[in-house]
Ligand binder design. Structure first.
Ligand SMILES: Cc1cc2nc3c(=O)[nH]c(=O)nc-3n(C[C@H](O)[C@H](O)[C@H](O)COP(=O)(O)O)c2cc1C
Length: 357
């Protein structure tokens, strides 16, 4: 039952993907160590310019691309033979260039969320060994992507991540009013996506469940209910190797169930976060009259109308440990965190010591 995971041409010992977590929560350290220990490690491309030595306050996009290549190189220093990939958000302005940078930097897998990655196979056409994985929260979205990819590029996804809007951290692919309404069926969606590829395309690709996976029981439940693997974000935040400041991890350790809720991102998508400081997050940019510094999102309510807050800097502040005005994304399980462990320990508890490398 607990076998490895093969996505396209790349195989990992364990059916675990560490979800990309933007603005350097999952940088080279976390991704490298997950890959070293037998999972698939994912560097989040979003906002890497911030915190990079090449960023001079003006060259956001160029610094972003260089920083992604630097992070990939450092991750491979940790795990030279590991499966290391990149998460690219479709909603960011430099999405196309970051996909190219990921390929050029040696990513083995590209996972795309926050929008439907309709042109992804076109962007990666010179890198056929790179596995392509969209994130969806409905069978319909998977169908739209598959039809478009097949027609325009004669390619289909190498795997699909099905993300549960009722539990996952970060941006969510569902309308705010529908989240938590009880309408969404995560494992119905997982099986629906799996059947769609089997019946329509005679294709068996791994379907990965993301959202709300905290322990071995959750993993076993996911595998027993049709998933071929899981993607976890929140659980990997509270590891020594996670790239965030210790204060960010401590925010998970000290939060309660009631502190976790939904916010509206300036990107126009709902997101899940520790909500208790959200007024200070907003107020900070209003008080300081912050100007949109980098135009990092294609559509942004802050850029166009000064509504809400500048998300890339709000996430950067929390990553650096400013818990007063930083936005702390997390999944519904963050309150369960009671200690900082290592990536190896997490995988050992999931796989009961089965040869964690
Ligand atoms: C702090 C944080 C940041 C995230 N950033 C991103 C991101 O940049 N891109 C993305 O596609 N998903 C992002 N996610 C979602 C994760 O990749 C993953 O799918 C999700 O966390 C799974 O749910 P879980 O947190 O319950 O394990 C983020 C999640 C967290 C907790």
């Amino acid at each position: 039952m607990l076998e490895g995971l093969t996505i396209g041409r790349h195989s990992a010992s364990f059916p675990v993907i560490q979800g990309g977590m933007g603005v350097r929560i999952s940088g080279h350290r976390l991704a490298g160590h997950v890959a070293l220990n037998g999972g698939i490690g994912i560097i989040a491309a979003a906002g890497l310019a911030l915190g990079s030595e090449n960023y001079d306050g003006k060259n956001f996009f160029a610094a972003d691309q260089q920083a992604l290549k630097d992070e990939l190189r450092k991750a491979y220093d940790i795990a030279p033979d590991g499966v290391i990939g990149v998460n690219c958000m479709v909603a960011v302005s430099n999405y196309d260039d970051m996909v190219t940078a990921a390929c050029e930097g040696g990513a083995k897998v590209i996972i795309c969320g926050a929008g439907l990655p309709m042109n992804l196979p076109g962007l990666t056409v010179d890198f056929p060994e790179v596995a392509l994985v969209p994130i969806v929260s409905s069978v319909k979205a998977a169908e739209l992507i598959a039809r478009k990819w097949h027609k325009a590029y004669n390619r289909l996804p190498d795997a699909v991540v099905v993300e549960d809007p009722d539990t996952a951290g970060g941006h969510l692919g569902e309308k705010m009013e529908k989240i938590g309404s009880g309408d969404y069926d995560q494992y119905g969606t997982v099986r629906g996506v799996k059947n769609y590829f089997k019946e329509k395309w005679n294709l068996q690709i791994p379907i990965i469940a993301a959202g709300g996976i905290w322990d071995r029981e959750d993993l076993q439940y996911a595998l027993a209910n049709g998933a071929d693997g899981v993607q976890m974000g929140t659980r990997f935040v509270v590891t020594e190797e996670c790239d965030a400041d210790d204060a960010f991890k401590q925010a998970y350790l000290s939060c309660t169930k009631d502190d976790i809720g939904l916010i509206m991102s300036p990107a126009g998508l709902p997101g899940r976060a520790i909500k208790k400081n959200i007024e200070q997050v907003r107020q900070r940019d209003i008080d300081l009259d912050v100007y949109c510094p980098s135009a990092c999102l294609k559509k942004c309510a802050y850029k166009s109308d000064r509504e809400r807050f500048c998300i890339v800097h709000a996430l950067e502040r929390s990553r650096l440990g400013d818990l007063d005005t930083g936005l702390i994304f997390c999944g519904t399980n963050a309150w369960k965190a009671d200690r900082i462990s290592t990536v190896k320990e997490v995988l050992k508890t999931f796989f009961l010591n089965r040869n964690v490398p």
